[in-house]
Design a protein around this ligand. Structure first.
Ligand code: 5GP
Ligand code: MG
Ligand code: MG
Length: 180
């Protein structure tokens, strides 16, 4: 039913599953003796977070926070604020931030600074998608699922006006969806 709104599929469910398994192996090695706090950025990172932690064969904890920067538009407003904070004290912890996509880099730059200020022992980033052309702030993820072109993408957690997060793949919407 949702398929009718999609112009093209950029990354299939199978590609995502395979990449999660690869990333999970690397993260398992990285965090073998560390019991990281895996921090999911709501709401977009939820499907990827669920996949990636199940590919990590080590002790870990999970927590979530919600930041806002975009509102319901498809372009960034440039400001980041915390809408829901973590429940966990991050002091002395090894943090792995899980994001859906890095575009301008503002969200992650803000979060990395915040967690360093809160005295995290280490802060690393894994993102499902990276849009290198969108970068305004110089920040790179330690682990990237896939690079995507400078287009607005939806699915696998990523929304358009809070919808399409449940698509099991990443794609681009038909122009007609934006007009209605
Ligand atoms: P940044 O702060 O790096 O510019 O953007 C980070 C957030 O903006 C992402 O976590 C995501 O919520 C949103 N975003 C950036 N690009 C896209 C996109 O192409 N599609 C969707 N749905 N959200 C995006
Ligand atoms: Mg996000
Ligand atoms: Mg959004």
């Amino acid at each position: 039913m949702l398929d009718k709104d999609i112009e093209k599929i950029l990354i299939t469910r199978e590609q995502i599953q395979m990449r999660c398994a690869e990333l999970g192996k690397q993260l398992t090695e990285e965090y073998q003796d560390k019991t990281p706090l895996v921090v999911g950025v709501l709401k977009g990172a939820v499907p990827f977070m669920a996949d990636i932690v199940r590919e990590m064969d080590c002790y870990l904890e999970i927590d979530f926070l919600d930041v806002s920067s975009y509102g319901n538009a498809t372009v960034s407003s440039g400001e980041v604020k915390i809408v829901k904070d973590l429940d966990t004290n991050v002091e002395g912890r090894d943090l792995l931030i899980v994001e859906d996509i890095i575009d301008s880099g503002r969200t992650l730059a803000y979060l990395v600074d915040l967690f360093k200020y809160r005295k995290a022992k280490s802060v690393k980033i894994v993102t499902l998608l990276d849009k290198p052309e969108g970068r305004v702030v110089p920040i790179e993820a330690d682990y990237v699922g896939f690079d995507v072109p400078n287009e607005f993408v939806v699915g696998y957690g990523l929304d358009y006006i809070q919808q399409y997060r449940n698509l099991p793949y990443v794609g681009v919407l038909k122009p007609s969806v934006y007009q209605s």
